[in-house]
Design a protein around this ligand. Structure first.
Ligand code: NAP
Length: 310
């Protein structure tokens, strides 16, 4: 069994920030990710609120973090899935589909996944017009009419990105106002090819081989109608990737986010959570980075017991 001092699960913004601080503190640090390193932020078409980078793609920003993390000395294993955690002993056990590791401390930074809308046609047309990622699938719909569902920052940034590719972007939001940031809402209002349908819910996604229409329900007027679209981008928020943590008996809140204190400590000593999987109420790249840093410094104190933390 391989021995490490710090194992970080998840190589998104939180995990990579933790990796930089862990490795620079001299901890033998391993980061595991079931996908390629970069995390959810790498799907963001454009990031305009990460300090120091007025405008950068999520992919470029997270790749800079990956390089920084490797330069700091952390080891990153990509495409390696954690299958079980055992926190019952003094040393923690991390099992993956490839190996079994022993470590002193663990930081869980597994992020979150896209929430589904749960209507007829969503599963059937997934990958055939139904998408959860504008930057991944938007370019397939150049010059077409696409629909975005949601009223938060994800829906807003995806709408803005798609407005530069598609001929027309229709946004449906179940309320009469966005909850997205003002700057994004103003940008959307200035786009000639974006049309917002307020108080509108998508009830069904229809098509033949590919999506070709949606059934819309106006929840104030009580009216239903069909409109033609070539794609549906579901942007209605996220849910935590906390299953392995729950199976290891870490405490989670009522929505499944891992409960943490201000030091990112969880209910088990030596185990920390950072980023979107944690119960921290703000889900931003910047806050994920901050939580990753806090978790790594706390893990360092736990592992090395420095004179200033006796
Ligand atoms: P969010 O802020 O939770 O917004 C989800 C949106 O989807 C809300 O408008 C919600 O409607 C709507 N919604 C939820 N369930 C729905 C359903 N079943 N049917 C129809 N609509 C539904 O999620 P998010 O936009 O994905 O953002 C997640 C986090 O990432 C946020 O903290 C956000 O600030 C952050 N983020 C930031 C940026 C950025 O550039 N700053 C970009 C992306 C994400 P209601 O309004 O009615 O609740």
């Amino acid at each position: 069994m391989e021995n490490w001092e710090l194992i970080i699960i998840g190589a998104g913004a939180a995990g990579l920030a933790a990796g930089i601080y862990g490795a620079r503190s001299g901890l033998k640090t391993l980061i595991l990710d079931e996908k390629m390193a970069g995390g959810a932020a790498s799907d963001a078409p454009v990031v305009e609120n990460y300090p120091g980078f007025p405008q950068i793609s999520g992919g470029e920003l997270t790749q800079k973090m990956v390089l920084h993390c490797k330069k700091a000395g952390a080891t990153i294993h990509e495409i390696e899935t954690v299958t079980a955690l055992d926190f019952t002993g003094e040393r923690k056990i991390v099992k993956t589909n490839r190996a079994e590791y022993e470590t002193i401390a663990v930081i869980i930074a597994t992020g979150s996944h896209y929430r589904e809308i749960g209507v007829k046609g969503e599963q059937e047309f997934r990958g055939r017009g139904v998408s959860y990622c504008g930057i991944c699938d938007g370019p397939f719909f150049k010059g077409k009419r696409v629909l975005v569902i949601g009223g938060g920052n994800s829906a807003a940034t995806t709408t803005l990105y798609l407005s530069g590719i598609a001929a027309e972007v229709v946004v449906t939001h179940r309320r009469d106002a966005f909850r997205a940031e003002d700057a994004l809402v103003k940008d959307i209002a200035s786009k000639k090819n974006v049309q917002v349908f307020w108080n509108t819910e998508v009830k069904e996604i229809k098509g033949e081989k590919l999506v070709n229409k949606v059934v819309l329900y106006h929840n104030k007027a009580g009216e239903t109608k069909e409109i033609a679209v070539d794609a549906v981008f579901v942007q209605i928020g996220e849910a935590p990737n906390s299953q392995i943590a729950r199976e290891a008996d870490l405490e989670v809140d009522e929505h499944g986010y891992i409960k943490t204190d201000v030091f990112q400590r969880t209910s088990v000593a030596g185990v920390y959570a950072a980023g979107d999987v944690s119960s921290h109420p703000v889900k931003q790249v910047g806050t994920a980075v901050g939580q990753g840093i806090t978790a790594a410094l706390e893990a360092y104190s736990y592992i090395r017991r420095p004179y200033y933390r006796t």
